[in-house]
Ligand binder design. Sequence first.
Ligand SMILES: [Zn+2]
Length: 299
Amino acid sequence: MSGRPFTFWRVLPLPGEPASSYFSRLVMDECAYLPEHYASEIGINAIFQSDEVLERIFRLPISKQDKERLRQWTPVELNGRIHFAGQVFAGNQFRWTRRLECRKCVAETPYHRVWWQLECFRTCPVHRCALEPLAYERNTTGRWWPRFDRVLQERAVRVALGDAADTFESHIVRRLLDPSCQASPRELSDFIECAQFAGRLLGNERNPSVPPFSAKDWEVGYHALKDGLFLFKDQFRSWLRVNAPQLHAYQIRDLIGWAAEYLTDQKGPFDPEIDDLPNPMHAEVSAIIRAECRRALGR
Ligand SMILES: [Zn+2]
């Protein structure tokens, strides 16, 4: 089938909107079908791949600019990593089946924002409320088509963070919206990983085993790292003062517990077949922690 998949293309892709959401809105504008039924009618697999959805949509005569926008915000999986907005995320940082949304955002401007599928994304930076399960929950598993209660006719929607609080999530959205502030495609992914590690260390007392997961890890880590590693050093020093070493402390593990196992070394051997890609920021954070620990141990 090579024809156009829709008769109308009055709705246009919006900032942060992946192909699945745009497809659902095209279906709503076209007929009363559910997006999953429409997709199967035109031969799109139930476990759809982003590429095939994009390929169908690109048969519509929408502008090159709109196609580029849609491609930019549509997550694509390559070798277990997720690519969108010029960034590459690790497989455990993005979940295809995550069914969370900010209902207030959807009520105002009904479309799905791809950043809601990042595992670390918990609180809407605009409305400051926790993301909630989809308003339209269905019994299907796996990948899903967003569904909305009305067709949005606006074409020039802006993501208004306005004077949203300076939170981890607002930082993520700002960085995704402004690719010029990224030095490399892995930068945001590396930052998220570091924020979780630093937040779990600084947000807990010294602990021999990894403390249980807490959503505050990312927030604590974000505020420790956002202004540069020099300030992180100060915060880690304060943490060391509060979590004073015991008298018999003689190695790094005695000072930081579980976190000692998670320090990385930029110079370590790296095998791309089995190792995760090196995270330069994590290596720098590790170097600061090691240096401060040696100082505290008097070596
Ligand atoms: Zn919201």
